[in-house]
Design a binder for this molecule. Structure first.
Ligand code: PBG
Length: 336
């Protein structure tokens, strides 16, 4: 500890004094989770009047666009500021060049337009990355078994522009290509979309915690166990995350994100302290699954634990959390 005035110790100091009453605990509480902190990631699928459960994420569904409208309406009514949309692209539309990513009539663009029309006051965030559309399951274009950087940038820019044209408020590049934030910012500006925000997945790790997400999207099948380690970060690295974030800020990111969340709260804290940027953490699919399956097994108390987990993100310095628990957390916070 830094030298300072002598701190009186026990028995003068009793840390438990402030913890005696519910009211005094409220009075000394340092961090508060609110519905304003929540971003709800939602899976969208083709078809009508269907929602299909994701087996490895109990309680999470993939919605057809018509049902998505109701689901997003619920989020809006609970005070959740924004949703992040993830399309489940049929295998037949996935190609090595991922052309479907920049088809203005693709599933995610249709979903964006529908939500913007039905719920104009909720924020719409969309990933930019090729993995839902790529028959190789990678976030970029593969040439000679390497995910090529600069050629991928062109596809990402086209994807960002069609999504923005469809009405997406926030473009969230999750691909980890070098230079993508600057390229996307330029492409958006040239298309007249200077108001579209960029939330960069700035420090995104090559994580085992994405497993259930890839099941939900069907990208696990395409990826066939291949690793994303040539573009996503090594989980052992922390300083490198700060370099990634610094670059994305320099390239024009409006908000930055750390992903996954729980094993990387040290990175969230360092990023927030180093840059003072709007900083978000992604409480990813595997973190959701861990908690849900543990609760199902009777190992932990679900509601208490999920609020504790999300409060931990706030304590680490996150301004907001992308979480599949958003709806449940909002209900718990509002007591409804
Ligand atoms: C795709 C993407 C992934 C996630 C969000 N965007 C998976 C990946 O990079 O393989 C993971 C989200 C989650 O696990 O909840 N670029």
């Amino acid at each position: 500890m830094a030298p300072g005035p002598a701190v009186p110790s026990f028995p003068q100091t009793r840390m438990r004094r402030n913890r005696q009453h519910e009211w005094s605990r409220r009075l000394v509480r340092e961090n508060r989770l609110s519905t304003d902190d929540l971003i709800w990631p939602v899976f969208v699928q083709e078809g009508a009047s269907t929602k299909s459960p994701v087996a490895t994420m109990p309680g999470v569904n993939r919605y057809t666009v018509d049902l998505l409208t109701d689901a997003v309406g619920e989020a809006r009514d609970l005070g959740i500021p924004a949703v992040a949309l993830f399309p489940v692209v049929p295998a037949g539309r996935k190609t090595p060049e991922a052309e479907e990513a920049y088809n203005p009539e693709n599933l995610v663009c249709r979903a964006i337009r529908t939500i913007r029309q039905s719920h104009p006051d909720i924020g719409v965030i969309c990933d930019v990355a090729l993995d839902p559309f790529n028959s190789d399951g990678h976030d970029g274009i593969v040439r000679d078994s390497y995910v090529v950087n600069d050629e991928t940038l062109e596809a990402l820019c086209r994807q960002a522009v069609v999504q923005s044209q469809a009405g997406c408020h926030v473009i969230a590049p999750s691909d980890m290509m070098d230079g993508r934030v600057a390229a996307i910012r330029t492409a958006l500006d040239e298309a007249g979309h200077d108001r579209t925000m960029i939330m960069a997945y700035a420090a995104k790790y090559a994580s085992g915690f994405y497993g259930p997400f890839r099941d939900a999207l069907g990208s696990a099948g395409a990826l066939k166990g291949a690793s994303k380690a040539t573009y996503q970060m090594d989980p052992a690295n922390g300083d490198e995350a700060l370099r990634e974030v610094a670059l994305d800020i320099a390239e024009g990111a409006d908000m930055v994100m750390v992903k996954p969340g729980l094993p990387y709260l040290d990175i969230v804290r360092r990023v927030k302290d180093s840059f003072g940027m709007p900083t978000y953490a992604y409480n990813v699919s595997g973190e959701y699954a861990m908690l849900e399956f543990a609760a199902q097994a009777g190992a932990i108390e679900r509601d208490k634990t999920l609020l504790e987990m999300l409060t931990g993100f706030k304590r680490a310095g996150a301004d907001g959390i992308l979480t599949y628990f958003a709806i449940d957390a909002a209900r718990l916070l509002r007591g409804v």
